[in-house]
Design a protein. Sequence first.
Length: 254
Amino acid sequence: QLYPEINCFILLTGDKDFISLVNALKANRRKVIIIGDSRNVSEHLLLSADDFLSLEELSKMYKARDFSKILTPKKKEKSTPFDTAVEWLIETVKLARENSKTTRRALIDNLMRSSTSFDYKGATMVQRPDNAAKTFNSFSKFIVAAENKGKIKTDINEGFMEIFLPEEDPEIESELSPNLKDVIEKEDWKKIFEIIVNAFSESENVDGHFFTHLNKSLRPAKKEGLLTYSNRVLTNAIVKLIDIGFLVPQSDSK
């Protein structure tokens, strides 16, 4: 309140203890950008902020000295073809969905960087589709290019950009939709019970993929509008059923 002219704050941290500060700033309509190590940053902090910039990407931007120009990779560093990076992007969105994580832009970038399945080093190492000799200067621009090619689509919910696959409905898949309920109603618990029982009866072995299997079994009902809850809430419902003894993971029952 002392400096109303400041409308954007940059925090150099990865600690979740700063979430309350981020929320307070956003409550006063201030934009918050987090700068930190992509391998060691709180997911909840990422979800609270408006945007995230990794130290690695910031270092490359600083070395380039001109933030307005498209970066050219060093000769010793091999850039990633655009189509390959898009495949990684799609794989990451699918993985996030299966694990009940939000597909917010900043989180997807972070998940791609931390993945051991592919060698993603940030959007500044991804070739532009119109000029393979040049790379993107930000993850945001990479996302725009991927969307222009019809590989993904984006939507803004509650002020945050989320990434979706072409066949997905943002109104259904979004974890930030204001239409989603936070507390599971009594009649919906019955639906969840029935779906889970059917999931077990149709599959004899879900060992090693317990949560993924059950989350997938609930997705059709969510897509049909029968369960208007986020994936996070539905996952918490599964955890609660385990806590009360209604569900016992196979690995624990042997």
